[in-house]
Every structure is written in C-alpha cells, then in structure tokens.
Design a protein around this ligand. Structure first.
Ligand SMILES: Nc1ncnc2c1ncn2[C@@H]1O[C@H](COP(=O)(O)OP(=O)(O)OP(=O)(O)O)[C@@H](O)[C@H]1O
Length: 255
C-alpha cells in the first residue's frame, strides 16, 4: 500500500484564454516512479511548472503530504522536500564533478559557513560528496569539470546535485531526452536506483522510454488526462495509441 504524497486537484492553467491544462487530477503515490507523458503541446511542461510552483494555476489545488502548497513559493516547496531537478540544482560547467556536488551539499546546509569551517564537518562533506558521486557512477569523472562530461554523464551529475538536497519527491524534466540508447539504459537504471528511498515524478515525451521504469504512467493530451495506469494498461489504450500516431509511440528521440 502506498499513500499519496503529491496530489493535484482540478489543476487548470489558462494562457490568455487558451486552456493549456484542464482540470487535471493527479495522485503520485509515495515510493513510486510516476511518469507524465504526452505528445507535443499536451501540457506536460505546464503541469510540471505548476507542481513545482514555477507557474501559478488558474484554478485547482496542489497538495504535498496533505498540505496545500498552491500558494507557496518554489524555494519553500523545495525546502519541504519537493525538489525539481536541473533548475534549483544548477551545475557549474567550470567546476569539477566533486566541487559541483560539494557546492550542492553546502547549499543544502544553507549559509551556515561556520558549520563547514570545522575540520570534522569538512571531512563529512567530502565523504558525502564521494558517496553521491559513487551512487551515480561518476567516480572515474570526479576530477573532471562538468563541461568535459559527455551528455549522459552530465545528466547524472545533475541528478547527483539534486540528490544532495535529499528530496522526498524528485521531479525530473525529460531526464532521458536527447540520449542515445546506452545513456538511456544507464540513466534509467540510475533513476531506478535513486527511487529506492524516494518518490519520482518525471516528464517524458516518449511512452517507450518510461515503459519499464514507471509504476504509473499518466498520459496527457491537449491539457487533459487521457489515461493512467501501469504501462501494460496505458499502452493498450486505443486513445493513447491514437494520440501517439504520427509521433510514434516507440520513437527514439524528442520531437
Ligand atoms: N507561457 C505560455 N503562454 C501561452 N501559451 C503557452 C505558454 N506555455 C505553454 N503554452 C501552450 O500550452 C500548451 C501546452 O504546452 P506545454 O509546453 O505544457 O506542452 P508539453 O506537453 O510540455 O509539450 P512539449 O512536448 O512540446 O514540450 C501548448 O499549446 C503551448 O503552446
């Protein structure tokens, strides 16, 4: 049994009269990997921005651990444990992998400079950074700058800097987009590993790449929920198949 950790109720977003997201109800269960997919313009990014408070909704509510966060600011939501990857956790191209992860960890501790000044806490910081780098399989890249990393490894570093914030719910915006087959496999395995003790909500364009990764898939079309369930269920849904006609359910890249 999983309880709901993140919930959207009647979530609606209008842009100058155009309804991009219409009365979306979403329940993300604790400890699961939940994917939000849909063809171009389906409203995925808008829902993602609404959930992470980067956009205010026109109507509807967002609940995190039963608490109404609809009116909260992104930074406050992040502090509660709902963290969006790749935005809040910036990666600095000229810092090494180790330095990037250390900066993320120090940020998480806030501006308590005095805490980090102590020799013992600097040691603890290093240990934690090394463990995170190991967790995302970047140990051989520890001394390389972020700019030197191949694309897939860069995304792994971004996941590491997000993990540094120890999020309860991690929101990933197209973590597999633009990757080749090998990177997709590696990153999917990484997402699965880090999901062991947290909840993941990810936006993805293609149904096929989230197939074996997600416990639940919500399919959006024109701002509305078209189908929801495990892959075996949504992939057989006639309307889902139709929505993906032309864009290709099994397409490799991000259109
Ligand atoms: N700031 C905005 N102003 C006006 N319209 C917008 C704005 N943001 C998004 N839209 C419109 O809302 C709809 C949903 O867009 P959104 O980016 O959420 O879709 P998406 O599913 O993420 O698409 P994609 O896969 O192409 O990224 C689109 O028709 C888009 O043009």
């Amino acid at each position: 049994m999983h309880d709901t950790i993140l919930e959207a109720v009647g979530l609606t977003k209008e842009f100058k009269g155009f309804t991009a997201v219409k009365e979306v109800n979403l329940q993300v269960r604790r400890g699961t990997i939940h994917a939000l997919i849909g063809p171009n313009g389906a409203g995925k990014s808008t829902v993602f921005n609404l959930l992470t408070k980067f956009l205010p909704p026109t109507a509807g509510r967002i609940l995190f651990k039963g608490r109404d966060i609809t009116a909260m600011r992104p930074a406050d939501v992040a502090r509660l444990g709902l963290v969006r990857s790749f935005q809040i956790s910036a990666v600095f191209p000229h810092l090494t992998v180790l330095e990037n992860v250390r900066v993320a960890l120090q940020r998480h501790q806030g501006t308590s400079f005095h805490f980090w000044k102590a020799e013992s806490s600097l040691h603890a910081l290093h240990e934690r950074a090394t463990a995170l780098i190991e967790a995302v399989n970047l140990t051989p890249w520890t001394g390389h700058t972020a700019a030197e990393l191949p694309y897939g490894r860069k995304r792994a570093l971004e996941i590491a800097t997000t993990l540094a914030l120890d999020p309860e719910v991690m929101l990933l915006d197209e973590p597999l987009a633009g990757m080749g087959h090998e990177d997709i496999e590696r990153t999917a395995a990484l997402i699965k590993r880090v999901a062991a003790d947290r909840t993941i909500l990810m936006v993805e364009h293609n149904l096929s790449v989230v197939a074996h990764l997600s416990d639940t898939i919500t399919v959006l079309r024109r701002g509305e929920v078209l189908a929801e369930g495990p892959y075996a269920v949504v992939s057989r849904n006639a309307e889902v198949m139709e929505a993906y006609m032309g864009t290709g359910t099994h397409g490799a890249g991000h259109a």
